[in-house]
Design a binder for this molecule. Structure first.
Ligand code: DX5
Ligand code: ZN
Length: 216
């Protein structure tokens, strides 16, 4: 089994020491920086604008995985691509033509992804899998870091683990992921993990070292 890929959620970093945190994570060799973008409409919170993207870019060349929790994401694909997005993930419930938006993302040279809310059924989105390089399975309702993991999502994660092999997309989970969850979910075919509050609560470098050791 490959080592789990780690996507620190920058929303949960210490924004008073952002440059320090970003440099530390980069030195530790994380795989992506997970950038949560929220418009206060599709989700109740606001988050991560251009200034934060530019700060991350200043301290790191780790690729950016951009999770758009905004209405009508098609309008903002170019904007986030120009800020350095390598993966751009949209919620199918957020816009009118998800397939066209995924094609638009690919045209910019970024990798297209869809994010599935805990309530979103695989059946309703499976026509989109051939258009995606990446699927982000939410294990909390999107909007805030530090929420409780929803156990009801686990059967869907198992199903997505199988489908990721069939369709060839990268499967990432997002929502209260910690070292113990990774031990549980990695054997289900989940390769990529967003880690927010659990990572920044204590010592990020030690936590990443432990995850790599436990899942080698
Ligand atoms: C929730 C975001 C997550 C969040 C992760 O809307 O998509 O990326 O910041 O934070 P934790 O790991 O604390 O749930
Ligand atoms: Zn996210």
């Amino acid at each position: 089994m490959h080592l789990p890929k780690i996507h620190p959620s920058i929303l949960c970093a210490d924004h008073g020491n952002l440059g320090h945190d970003i440099r530390l994570l980069t030195e530790t060799g994380v795989d992506y920086m997970h950038m949560d973008v929220m418009d206060g409409d599709f989700v109740p919170n606001f988050g991560l604008g251009a200034e934060i993207f530019n700060c991350v870019r200043r301290y790191s060349d780790v690729p950016l995985d951009v999770h758009l929790m905004i209405r009508n994401p098609a309008r903002k694909i170019k904007f986030f691509r120009e800020l350095g997005a390598e993966i751009i993930t949209i919620h199918p419930e957020a816009g009118t033509n998800t397939a066209a938006t995924l094609a638009q993302i690919r045209e910019t040279g970024a990798k297209p992804g869809i994010a599935l809310n805990p309530e979103t059924s695989v059946e309703n989105v499976k026509n989109l899998f051939p258009l995606c390089d990446y699927v982000l399975a939410m294990t909390v309702n999107p909007g805030f870091g530090g929420q409780k993991f929803l156990e009801s999502t686990v059967p869907k994660l198992k199903m997505l683990g199988e489908l990721s092999k069939k369709y060839g997309f990268t499967l990432c989970v997002d929502g209260n992921i910690n070292a113990e969850r990774i031990r549980q979910l990695h054997p289900l075919g989940i390769t990529n993990f967003v880690i927010g509050s659990a990572l920044f609560r204590d010592d990020p470098v030690e936590m990443i070292r432990k995850i790599r050791e436990e899942n080698a």
